[in-house]
Write a protein that binds this ligand. Sequence first.
Ligand code: ATP
Ligand code: MG
Length: 717
Amino acid sequence: MDKILEAKNLKISFRTSNGAVKAVRDISFDLERGKTFAIVGESGSGKSVTSRAVIGILAGNAIIEGGEILYDGKDLLKIEEDEMHKIRGDKISMIFQDPLSSLNPIVKIGNQITEAMILKNKSNRREARKDFNKMLAILKSNMIAADKTSNAEKISDLIKVFDKCNIVANQYENAYNNAYTKAIDLSSDIKDALFKHEKKQKTDFTALLGNCAARLKKISDKFLTVGYNDRLTELSAQCHRLKKLSKSEDFENKATVLLGSVKDFLADMTSAVRPSFFQIGYYLLKYPDTSIGEKPIERLNEEALIYLNKNFLDEFLSFEKLGVIYSYNRALKKKKSVLEPLHKAKEYYSGDFTHAEAVKYAEDLSKQVEESIDKLEIIKDNVAYTFRTGLLTAINRYFTCKKRNPKEERRFAKQTAKHDKSLAAGKKVDWKVIPKSVYDLDDLKEDIVSVVNRLIKKYDRYIAESTDIDFDARSLALIEYFKEKASQVVYRVTKNMAKEMAIKLMEEVGIHEPRRRFYQYPFEFSGGMRQRIVIAIALVANPDILICDEPTTALDVTIQAQILELINKLKRERNLTVIFITHDLGVVANMADTIAVMYAGKIVEYGTADDIFYNPRHPYTWALLSSMPELATSEKLDTIPGTPPNMIYPPEGDAFAERNKYAMEIDFEQQPPMFKISETHKAATWLLHPNAPKVDIPKIITDRIERMNKTGGSNNE
Ligand SMILES: Nc1ncnc2c1ncn2[C@@H]1O[C@H](COP(=O)(O)OP(=O)(O)OP(=O)(O)O)[C@@H](O)[C@H]1O
Ligand SMILES: [Mg+2]
């Protein structure tokens, strides 16, 4: 299974004046790439809190008590906000229940989409330049350090050439992008004009043709226009000629046809093969005056690559590989040597220490860990990278709670005494004692130790796998990394480019006439259309993961189905991973691959959609299933009796016990563990204990399963 994100033992509470609300109580789940994971449960069960934790937007009074969310080599709970900022929206996006709350009412829809694109592009370019330079400096120092044959000068030269080659490539790519942008701009304006004309709005074709003639002439680039130059000149001349015939019969029709072919021509030109600038950069570095702009791009790419490999890259790679190996081995050695201090730290943090000592110890240790990281690794190791923040957070939490606990005990004792005294005096008492929120210090200490432990385990594994590394692949991947960063530096998204991308995106999410609707305000859209726009905005940066928090609750049933269909379609086409949150199991029947049923901050049942619908095991899942409306029958709905527990003092035992007619004594006393039912399916209910009395699935559910089996569907169609 290709896990894209893992949440482990997540615990989140909220500080309130009435005590700590324990909103999420130790939940774990995995997201499989390209699949939909649904979280289902009643209001207040902790669904939104869970998803907000993933994207790092918990309320200010939230306390992350423990756990981790691993994504792309990082623990999202431990990284700094500016790093989270890069992930949020870019890699993980979210849409909410109420589309209006995500849209600015006084900004045109189109601008709301393009703004995000342009801003993101600016920061991407800045970041890319930084990343490129930083990595190159690291590579260089490792290559030199690896060198045993006093080739330092040679290496310096190679790096210089490599850098230069990228700079030259950048210049050509930049020029190419500029010409490309001009083509897209012109094409965008033509499309707008043709669209207006089609809608019977007045269009000044004379001016447009003149404008077109001039702008076509200006599109010129060594590479972009190879093979297109004659047609460019020809079209420009045609526009110029036709412009003068504005009085002639059928002028508008002729103009439309000509502009149509200009549009098609531009589309053709801008979708041609892109030059591989890196290799061309090298080629041109050596032969600055070649008449390179005459060869077809495909051939040029091939020839330049052969030339680059033969004359430079093969040699560069051999030295680069030494650097990569050197960096790896150095880090490996440090990893081995940091294991002992890590084991000592485990002991240390199990004993007694003051706050200042513990922090100092953590800082020293973190420095050693920092040095054990292989800086040339492209995919970062999350555990090592977040070790320092993780350790310090755990330490600080321990001491904060240690200080707060006695205060809290005193406050509680004082309030209780006052309360009791008033009662004893026969006074009317209209206030309650705020329950105490004290933390188990042993647990908190254990958390510190577990941060260290995790790194030990990780490093043990790393060391065990160290004989099995493909350094050739690593070296090539590093070159690809540089190429990609260099390309990002000169990739500038202009207003018109963003507009065309936005219109495409609007089309993709099912907005008709996006070219017109681009200029409208949110109030001019219906609820369903607004939700589509919000989805489009969420997709701007092409994220890996899309979180949908009850995205259809505010919509009527038919629109609901359309939006669900849209999310399904986007998931397929973009290989998105979806977290879908709802209180209605019926909604996810058609779309979820796996389902977690949540109750009072815990996952009570977890399985594939088939597990949950065909073999539900937790009484709460039964309750949810039997309260699902079913169109095929006029069956009376079973509502779930009672209300969820107060999460400031969650019950000792199974939180659902109070409302569970199958509850046994033990349900009120002890939390049930997760019982494994199959490889994919587990549930936390004492009914699954081998000694539990046999309880049959309620008839209303078995009847439904039978019906589903008959119709062959897995759902409530
Ligand atoms: N900022 C906050 N301060 C205090 N308590 C909070 C805060 N945010 C959420 N909670 C509490 O955390 C618990 C879980 O809330 P959450 O929003 O995750 O519920 P939910 O399952 O999404 O419900 P719904 O279906 O109503 O959206 C609730 O008891 C809620 O009152
Ligand atoms: Mg919610």
